[in-house]
Design a protein around this ligand. Structure first.
Ligand code: MGD
Ligand code: MGD
Ligand code: MO
Length: 675
């Protein structure tokens, strides 16, 4: 992104036309980034709570007062019987920068001896499944997609969440490529597909195993590739034999012809690439789903083609020096690890209790599942909460100390992408607004207040970037801070038309694609891919479904970025109101009309949404675009009140879309929201 500045104020942002993946166009969010930076709602000064928790009333204090009170409280807890483990950092995706995402913050909490946080809310499920199978977060170069003859969009909404891949797909379509979508929800992107396979939520592994069954049964697999570069094909074939197309058809709610047709087309088309994304893995069996899907390109030898293979993430190809950045050797004692997906439980039930929480880069009051528990935890009068934010989010309302954060225009960083092969540099374009400070600086200041005299707390943002780059991995060998500053970005040192596993070279223990994973067996899991049913579905939990018959998927809204941007005027104008898309049948049987306010609930909680009658979902499935701020929702809660804290099969990740609810028309007098 390029920024034009006049008199110290950014006046225009634009895409960098030279950047190979963005090609000069920006996504909806970033093109309006100035609305964010110069919003009248920006937090500009440190503040201390002046009302009840949750009320959102604050009074201004100085940075010195803020830092002193945090250091005093953390010190007191660290010296108490509960120890520093009673302090919990909580952060996720506010920025994916290496400096402000995971560097000085980690050093600080390690040195303090705070609880560790397992950052599972988004991608660990798919990432670990992929890692067991191919050895890491390694995937097809997006710049090759235009050469594919078949593109499979498997659980992803490219036009919303990965817009920069779209020109590649469009070019492929213009070249006559086929496009197939596999999703329970016909999202906007899938309107462009030649074929749409609408399976039941959380059943992808059964579909993929049946596809392997057909491919192996009809001899469409690549025997040579399998022989040279994989382990466990016979075992995989035996497992797939348990999933004939008829069984998958019944589990997935599709036809046998769809399974067989897809298998033949996928195996017979070269190059054929699968774009699978994280949406698909937010189910009880999400790990096995990604694992089964990621076996496919090795079965057909599709990895041979630069425009074949599979793309979930390329994040693992950037082998930055995490150890230098985060310094795990600073860790004091053997602190526990808290799973961020289970924040509600941690705040209410952990021993020793969580006595202080420091939230940055995240808005857990809105984005964490089982929201009622999270809020109950945040309300605890004995919990000391620090929130470092750009805006007064739902979480900020519960802060004892609220600190102002810089935006991307105001701080330096380097961003490790996960969809392409370019490391990106972020030069500050303007001075911090008000008294806002970047994350890394606050942790460095706090470390000093706490008396941590380790030299690593003196490092600057530039030092941190250099340390991140001090990796001896060949892909990074010619990337320096100077080069990043000069060009703004740098491609991993890889040839054009690179195909990561064309000649094997998997990063697994065996060096092969592991259909059978010894490591999974050792980790106490099924070493072969299998279908793990949703925790909440009419087929797997009929009694629960008798009360709560609708499977609710709350995936990304087109114009929001999780809960960032969900409060800015032009974004609210675009998304209008929190909605739930219902199939006509489900709406009719509930006397719900388009535009009606509906109550959406299960045993965990309830919220009010505005019904949209839609042919994008099958009966029994609903879709609620996310993530809204609670305080901008009709009854002060968003859909995460209904989502559970249960975890996935691999990677202990969140299961947001594995969620049964009931829906009914809201009584007239209580109707809220915009029509
Ligand atoms: N506009 C926008 N872009 C974003 C984000 C955003 O909030 N807004 N968030 C960013 C983040 S943090 C992430 S993790 C990525 C996520 O990127 P995606 O994974 O592409 O996004 P999601 O919207 O979570 O899910 C995509 C699709 O998965 C489908 N899905 C749900 N359950 C299943 C299932 O069981 N099987 C199959 N086959 N499909 C299923 C949903 O119906 C949806 O159509 O996007 C990033 N980009
Ligand atoms: N129902 C439902 N829930 C979901 C999801 C879903 O699809 N459906 N998606 C899940 C997924 S995939 C994800 S990744 C999570 C995302 O959850 P989060 O990582 O919490 O993401 P955001 O909601 O965008 O909140 C990020 C916050 O960080 C702040 N921020 C931005 N930059 C900085 C900075 O430099 N410093 C500081 N201190 N703060 C900053 C922003 O203002 C914003 O409030 O949500 C999860 N929750
Ligand atoms: Mo995410």
């Amino acid at each position: 992104m390029l920024v034009e500045v006049e008199d110290g104020r950014a006046v225009r942002v634009s895409g960098d036309p030279d950047h190979p993946t963005t090609r000069g166009f920006l996504c909806t969010k970033v093109s309006r980034y100035l609305e964010r930076v110069y919003s009248p709602d920006r937090l500009l000064y440190p503040m201390r709570r002046a009302g009840e928790k949750g009320e959102g009333r604050f009074e201004r204090i100085t940075w010195d007062e803020a830092l002193d009170s945090i250091a005093a409280k953390f010190g007191e807890i660290a010296r108490s019987e509960d120890g520093p483990e009673a302090i919990l950092p909580y952060s996720y995706g506010g920025t994916l920068g290496v400096v402000n995402g995971a560097s000085m913050d980690r050093r600080f909490f390690h040195r303090l001896g705070a609880s560790l946080l397992a950052r599972t809310i988004c991608s660990t499920t798919g990432n670990e499944a992929l890692t067991y199978t191919v050895g890491g977060r390694i995937g097809t170069d997006m710049e090759n997609f235009h050469e594919a003859r078949l593109i499979v969009l498997w659980g992803t909404n490219i036009l919303a969440s990965n817009i920069h891949l779209w020109p590649e797909i469009k070019a492929a379509l213009e070249n006559g490529s086929r496009l197939i979508g596999i999703d329970p929800y016909r999202n906007r992107t899938l309107d462009h597909c030649h074929q749409f396979i609408q399976l039941k939520p959380g059943t992808d592994a059964a579909f993929a195993l049946a596809v392997i069954n057909v491919i192996a049964g009809e001899g469409l697999h690549d025997g040579d590739y399998i022989e040279k570069h994989t382990v466990g094909f016979d075992e995989l074939r035996n497992r797939a034999a348990e999933y004939p197309p008829s069984r998958a058809a019944s589990i997935c709610g599709v036809t046998e012809a769809e399974v067989i047709g897809f298998a033949r087309e996928y195996a017979n088309t070269r190059p054929a690439v699968i774009r699978v994304n994280y949406g698909l893995q937010r189910h009880a069996g999400g790990g096995m789903a990604v694992r089964a899907i990621s076996c496919l390109p090795a079965v057909t030898g599709s990895w041979r083609d630069p425009a074949g293979g599979l793309l979930l993430s390329t994040g693992g190809m950037f082998k930055l020096n995490e150890t230098a950045l985060q310094m795990p050797d600073l860790i004091r004692g053997a602190p526990r690890t808290v799973n961020m997906t289970r924040l509600g439980e941690a705040l209410l039930e952990a021993t020793p209790p969580v006595r202080a929480m420091y939230v940055y880069n995240s808005n857990p009051a809105a984005i964490a599942p089982d929201q009622a528990k999270v809020i109950q935890g945040l309300k605890r009068s004995d919990l000391f909460t620090v929130v470092h934010e750009q805006f007064q989010t739902d979480t900020a309302d519960y802060a004892d100390i609220l600190l102002p954060a810089t935006t991307q225009l105001e701080h330096r960083d380097a961003v490790r992408p996960y969809g392409h092969y370019y490391l990106v540099y972020n030069e500050p374009a303007v001075a911090p607004l008000g008294e806002a400070k970047p994350n890394w600086e606050v942790f460095s200041l706090l470390a000093k207040r706490m008396g941590f005299d380790d030299a690593c707390f003196d490092d600057t943002d530039e030092d941190l970037i250099r340390q991140a780059l001090s990796s001896n991995h060949a892909f990074l060998s010619d990337i320096t801070l100077e080069k990043l500053k000069r060009d703004g970005w740098a491609r991993l040192r890889l040839p054009d038309k690179y195909a990561p596993f064309s000649d094997g070279g998997f990063e697994t223990p065996s060096g092969k694609c592991e259909f059978y994973s010894e490591r999974m067996a050792r980790d106490g899991m099924d070493p072969l891919p299998d279908y793990v049913a949703p925790r909440e579905s009419p087929d797997s939990a009929p009694e629960l479904a008798a009360m709560f018959p609708i499977q609710l998927i709350s995936a990304k809204a087109t114009t929001f970025l999780n809960s960032s941007f969900s409060h800015l005027p032009s974004f609210l104008k675009a998304e209008r109101t929190p909605t739930i898309e219902l199939n006509r049948e489900d709406a009719l049987s509930r006397s719900v009309e388009d535009g009606d306010a509906v109550r959406v609930w299960n045993a965990r909680g309830e919220c009010i949404l505005i019904a949209r009658i839609s042919d994008r979902v099958k009966p029994g499935v609903a879709f609620a675009p996310s993530t809204w701020w609670n305080k901008l929702s009709p009854d002060g809660k968003n859909v995460n009140v209904t989502c559970s804290q249960e975890l996935t099969d691999i990677g202990a990740g969140a299961t947001f879309y594995d969620n049964l609810v009931q829906v009914e028309k809201q009584a007239e007098e209580q109707e809220g929201g915009e029509r």
